[in-house]
Each structure stands twice: as C-alpha cells, then as structure tokens.
Design a protein around this ligand. Sequence first.
Ligand SMILES: Cc1cc2nc3c(=O)[nH]c(=O)nc-3n(C[C@H](O)[C@H](O)[C@H](O)COP(=O)(O)O)c2cc1C
Length: 199
Amino acid sequence: MVKPKILAFAGSLRKNSYNKRILNIAVEGARRKGAEVTLLDLNEYPLPLYNADLQEELGFPENASILQQILLEHQGLLIASPEYNGSLPAALKNMLDWTSRANGELKIGDCYRGKWAAIMTASPGNFGGIRCLGHLRDILSIMLVHVLPLEIAVSRVDRLFDGDSSEMKDESMRLFIESLGESLAEVLIKSIQTEKAVK
Ligand SMILES: Cc1cc2nc3c(=O)[nH]c(=O)nc-3n(C[C@H](O)[C@H](O)[C@H](O)COP(=O)(O)O)c2cc1C
C-alpha cells in the first residue's frame, strides 16, 4: 500500500496557537487516509534572519540544513499559518527562504520542487486570515509546489475552542478541516501511483 509522507507545520510559534490546533485536526484526516505525518514545530529549529553574508562567513546554519533534510524526506506539506498584517509571519517566510537556498549538493528549490501542499489559516478576526493564504500560495507556487485548490480560512476561531482546549466545538468545521488533510493524502497517493505506473 502506498503511504505518502507529509510534513505538517504551523506558521505560528505560539504554544497555544489556534493554527497549531487546526493543523492537528487536518493531520488526523491525512492519517486516516493512510499518510505518515511528521509534526514539526518551528520553535525547535530557530534560524537567524536570512542574510547571505552569514552564509558566507559562518556557513549554512545547522538548523536550516536539518530542516532541508526533513523536507526532502516528505512528499507533502500541510501548513496552517496565521495572517500577520495581511501576510504570513516572518518566522514562516524566513524558514521558507533558508530552506529554499542551495546548500552543498542541494540546488535552489530542491526541497520544494514537485511537492504537494495544502494550506489553511485561522484568526479570531472576521476574515479568518484569508489574505495570508494568497501570499503563501504564491510563494509555494514560485517554488514549484503544487498547492491544492481547496484552502480553508477559519474566522472567529476563538469562538470554536474553549480556552486552550484542542477540541473544536463546531463539528462541521472540524470535518471540513479534516477533509483538507484527507484530500492531500489522496492526491499524494494518486501521484505516487501514477509515478510508479509510468516508470
Ligand atoms: C503582528 C500581528 C499581526 C496580525 N495581523 C493580523 C491580520 O492581518 N489579520 C488577522 O486576521 N489577524 C491578525 N493578527 C491576529 C492573529 O490572527 C491572532 O493573534 C492569531 O491568534 C494568531 O494565530 P495563532 O493563534 O496561530 O498564533 C495579527 C497578530 C499579530 C501578532
């Protein structure tokens, strides 16, 4: 049986992040469809702000190299990111920038090219963080990632959880988010099967 590997991470560094919570819901959906999912917390891989001079003087940061290796081991990306001032948080953009760079044998974009991604966002605001998704989609597309047409913005997310609880109270929204994880797993299974068939 084909078991696609998905890397799931949030663009928020916050412990009780809503985006981490919706990410976990989508992960359940992906696992139910047979995907092997690795949950990654960007807090565990702190990176300096991207500066090409650093690379020249100190070499490629160890955490950026580790993240590149982790990315290379996965075919899919499941990303939940907050919207910061109409775009994605600097921590997420910085991570994408570092890991997109050439490093040793790796050429620019090697960690991303040809992968599939599903993206979502959550906000206590009325628009649910939707503006960050357009930016994230553009960035991933430039890195030649196939981003699923379905994307989810969860508005008024603070009303869907009790305090720090990870249990989403709105059943239909929970199922919708799970379905995004399921769709990513399904498209990956199909793409791996097609790849095998043409070989
Ligand atoms: C610097 C900053 C900028 C923000 N800008 C927006 C915004 O443009 N749109 C929005 O809906 N929420 C905005 N917010 C509120 C976030 O949506 C809210 O803090 C959310 O809980 C962050 O996601 P998290 O819970 O996953 O950390 C902003 C928050 C911060 C800290």
